[in-house]
Structure formats: C-alpha cells, structure tokens
Design a protein around this ligand. Structure first.
Ligand SMILES: Nc1ncnc2c1ncn2[C@@H]1O[C@H](COP(=O)(O)OP(=O)(O)OP(=O)(O)O)[C@@H](O)[C@H]1O
Length: 364
C-alpha cells in the first residue's frame, strides 16, 4: 500500500471554547489533489494553517511520508515540513523580478537555481516575462508566477487556500486547468481549500466535504455528487427538490409513484430528493400525460410558474397540482414555456436520494 504523502489524524482546534476543527482525519497520496470543500467558516482554513505549521492543533497528529511532524508535544517548524503554500492574497514581492520571485525559496548554485526557475516558467508559459516585475503582469500571470514560486523548492505537499478566487470568471477556468496540469507534472500531494463545489469537481481526485468543523463525507467527486450522505450534502452541489412522504409497510407513496424505503420505520417521514436536471418534462395531451415507466415512475401534473434561460440550460419552475409546492427542472437547451402551461413531470428513480425527513422544509 502506498504511504500517504500527508496524513492528519484526529485534528481538533478550539477557539474561545468552540471546536472549529473537530476530529478531522484525512490523507493525501503523492500526485493526488484533495479538495477540502465546505461553506464559509466551517474550519477549512484553520485545518490548512495547522498543516502548514502556522497554527497549532489542540489534539491530533500530522504525518508527512509516514513520519510524525506534529502532535501536541512535538513540532517540526513550518520551514522544515516541505510544504508549499498558495493563498489568494499571497502577493509576489513587488521589488523583485519574476525570476527573483520564483528563485526566492531556492538554495544551491546560481546555475541550478536558474535552471529550475526557467523550467518552471516554461511550465507556466511565462519565460518571456522572466525579467519583468509583478506590476507588469496581469492578475492571471501573477497567479502563475505565485504557483511557480510555491513549487520551485519541490515541496512534497502543496496547500492552496482559495487560490483562484481573486481571478475573474473567464480567466479562472483556464488558470485552474493549467494549474492542475503543472501540479500533476510536479507530483506533489495537493490539499486545496475551496467553498465552490464547481472548483472542487473540476480539480479534485478526492473531495472531503466539511461542515461545522467535521468531515461529513469523503470520496471521488462522482461518488460525493451521486451518493450524498445526507440532504445538506446533496444541496451543497446543486439546487434540490424535496418530496416528502410517510413510510407505510416499508414503502412510501408519492405523487410520482411508490418508493421502497425498507430501512425506515413505519409512520416516519422521508425526504425524496431529486436534482433539477433529473426531472423529466412532458407535454399535457388533453389532460393526459405520459405512461408510467419503471425508470421514471408515475407522472405528476404541474403548471409552469416561470421559465428562465440561464445560458447553458433553461430553468423551469413548476407549481405541482397535488399540493401546490414548487418543483424545479433544468433542460440543457432553450426551453421557455409560458407561465400557466400545464405539463407532466417524472423523476428519474435511479437519481433519487432517500433520507429521513429533516426538520426544515425546503420546498417552494
Ligand atoms: N484566531 C482565531 N480566533 C478565534 N476564532 C477563529 C480564529 N481563526 C478562525 N476562527 C473562527 O473559526 C471558524 C473557522 O474559520 P476558518 O477560517 O477555518 O473557516 P473557513 O471554512 O476557512 O472559512 P472561509 O471560507 O470563510 O475562510 C470561524 O468561525 C472563525 O471565525
């Protein structure tokens, strides 16, 4: 089995009596990108700062390549952990050229340093700017220099805290993809903090979903998206529709048909969750809809409340006939039916998640 490049075990951090990082464990293999994903304030940056060695945990251990670097008694100083850092506001030194910035953390002969600087500037496609100063570069170019500078000493681990959030949308995707390519070439283990699900889906080999100081789910993006552990985990990645029902004899009846709910006790309420892109829309034919199918269950009637064109897709909101709730559907095309148009909706059963009902309703 490969030894994780980075392993943190049962890390906790308490600020003013509040456990902002709560028993967090995770590992990152060499060459792997793990995204620590969660809403603002959930403890992502604190976790990263502890790994970097600029903050100290109250409990737990950090191991790099199988060697303990920090517990509550023993502590390798930050500069000896072979950790590269890249933050959103991790500014370049304004009075140094691009080459001098990249060479900043390097030791060795002048020639060896120059070779490494040129190699990295080739990778990030900035050789032509080697003697320029930061103010002569665009935001995206500065970001690439910061990446080259962080990678120059060949860190075993790269810690990145929202590194792309200062860039405008158009640039961001390009820089993300380019950065990923460079990180993969360099083979460092990467732990990237973000609150944006899209960024995590785009960058990560593995996502660790964090909430209120804890990691609630960890896995490949495909699994975290398609098999969320609970309703909030599902809702973190997209809008969701919630259809509530009551369990009877291990089954739950809904306007979209009957669902098997074997693990739920009789009389309990369940939330059946479906993402808008997995709602199917069909026309109303004189009050009749499509036939039920095993894949999509029973159609339920609704009228269009409003439809909006979003660019890559259209978002249609429906008012359901059976209880007046609102259901959202997205269509990857221009589809803008008039308000009040009757239609039939079906839901893809293989894409439904069933959880015990949570306290707060999120319908309509
Ligand atoms: N030095 C500190 N003293 C007291 N509280 C702190 C300190 N640092 C962080 N916190 C608190 O700990 C919680 C977690 O903060 P942290 O910065 O780790 O969250 P985050 O998930 O990275 O959020 P964001 O995405 O907004 O940066 C927050 O409620 C924050 O106010």
């Amino acid at each position: 089995m490969t030894t994780p490049r980075l392993e943190i075990r049962n890390i906790s951090r308490i600020f003013e009596g509040r456990r902002v990082v709560d028993d967090v464990s995770l590992s990152v293999l060499p060459g792997q990108v793990t995204c620590l994903l969660g809403p603002s304030g959930c403890g992502k940056s604190t976790t990263l700062r502890i790994i970097a060695g600029v903050d100290m945990q109250d409990a737990g251990e950090i191991h790099i390549d199988g060697r303990l670097v920090c517990d509550t008694l023993y502590r390798v100083p930050p500069e000896r952990r072979s950790v590269g850092l890249m933050f959103q506001d991790f500014a370049l030194f304004p009075h140094l050229t691009v080459a001098q910035n990249v060479a900043f953390g390097l030791s060795g002969s002048k020639l060896a340093k120059r070779t490494r600087v040129e190699e990295l500037l080739h990778r990030v496609d900035l050789v032509r700017h080697i003697d320029d100063y930061p103010h002569q570069l665009s935001g995206g170019e500065q970001q690439r220099v910061a990446l080259a500078r962080a990678l120059a000493p060949r860190p075993k681990i790269m810690l990145m805290d929202e590194p792309f959030s200062g860039l405008d949308n158009r640039l961001r995707d390009e820089i993300r993809d380019e950065t990923l390519g460079v990180l993969k070439d360099e083979g460092a283990a990467v732990l990237l903090v973000t609150h944006e699900p899209d960024e995590a889906m785009r960058m990560a080999d593995e996502i660790a979903l964090m909430r209120a100081g804890r990691i609630v789910q960890q896995g490949a993006p495909y699994n975290v998206y398609n098999a969320p552990v609970d309703r909030d985990a599902a809702a973190f990645f997209s809008d969701i529709n919630v259809i509530r029902g009551k369990v009877q004899n291990f089954l739950t009846d809904t306007p979209f048909g009957r669902f098997l709910t074997p693990a739920m006790p009789d009389g309990s309420e369940v939330d059946i969750i479906i993402r808008p892109q997995h709602v199917k829309i069909d026309l109303d034919r004189n009050g009749r809809g499509p036939h039920p199918t095993p894949e999509d269950g029973v159609p339920a009637r609704a009228v269009v409340e409003r439809a909006r064109f979003m660019g890559a897709e259209s978002l249609v909101e429906f008012r359901m006939d059976h209880d007046g709730s609102v259901l959202k559907a997205t269509v990857p095309a221009v589809f803008l039916p008039r308000s009040g148009t009757p239609m039939w909706l079906m839901i893809r059963r293989d894409r439904c998640f069933v959880f015990p009902a949570s306290g707060q309703e999120r319908r309509g």
